[in-house]
Unconditional design. Structure first.
Length: 234
């Protein structure tokens, strides 16, 4: 009798913890998104120290979800940890860093597009078309919220192509650069959304035609145009 009471109590305790999980996750995600938006909108200036207590007060939460969010943002290199002194927001990419980043992308992505074209299947072509449909036109606004969808699509499309090329080391190297996030942070109010979407359609058309040379050329041209657009804004 006593044993079953102990078991019931343990089960109830487990239920309570499980029931609390989704809310806790929603809270953690919400805090992460809000701090991320502050950084992307330069609400916290590049290079500035992050005041954990102040953010917790403003968002009306405890320090725990703020610290969890900062750990996630550190993995995206939006903040960096200061030894024993919390976090600071990372600096924006310099012209040289953008140029280097695109040089790396040009080494990795056009040959991968060629491989992905050689390995094209009906299912993969359908997945690429579906991805294009997630962002059929450029966002109307010029704020972070509006451009978030375009950047998320941009990231997913490039990751999908690298995935179809089948080299996981290349996929990981690309993911570690967080290139879309950091270029977007530099220039989220760019007027080039529509152009990006047109170029993506060209890349997908070349890939689904199954012609490696064409796919390689379309990817190179997309990356070179994107790089020049960005560099012209410095
Ligand atoms: Zn792109």
């Amino acid at each position: 009798m006593k044993g079953s009471t102990v078991r019931d109590a343990a089960a109830q305790d487990k239920d309570r913890r499980l029931a609390a999980l989704p809310n806790r996750q929603v809270l953690a995600d919400g805090v992460y998104e809000q701090i991320r938006m502050l950084i992307m909108n330069h609400g916290i200036a590049p290079g500035a120290r992050v005041n954990i207590d102040e953010i917790a007060r403003e968002l009306d939460v405890s320090g725990t979800p703020v610290r969890e969010a900062l750990a996630r943002l550190e993995s995206e290199e939006l903040v960096s940890r200061l030894p024993l002194r919390g976090y600071r927001v990372t600096e924006l990419l310099t012209l040289r860093e953008v140029d280097d980043l695109y040089a790396l992308r040009l080494m990795l992505e056009p040959p991968s597009a060629a491989k992905a074209a050689s390995a094209m299947t009906d299912a993969r072509a359908a997945a690429l078309e579906t991805e294009l449909q997630t962002c059929p036109s450029a966002p109307a606004g010029a704020d972070y919220e509006a451009y978030k969808a375009l950047t998320a699509h941009d990231t997913r499309l490039h990751e999908m192509i690298l995935n179809f090329a089948g080299n996981s080391a290349v996929e990981q190297a690309f993911a570690r650069t967080h290139c879309h996030l950091h270029c977007f942070r530099l220039l989220y109010n760019q007027p080039f959304g529509e152009q990006t979407i047109i170029e993506h359609r060209e890349v997908v058309a070349a890939l689904t035609s199954g012609k490696p040379g064409l796919a390689k050329k379309a990817m190179s041209s997309h990356l070179e145009t994107a790089r020049d657009r960005l560099l012209s804004r410095f």
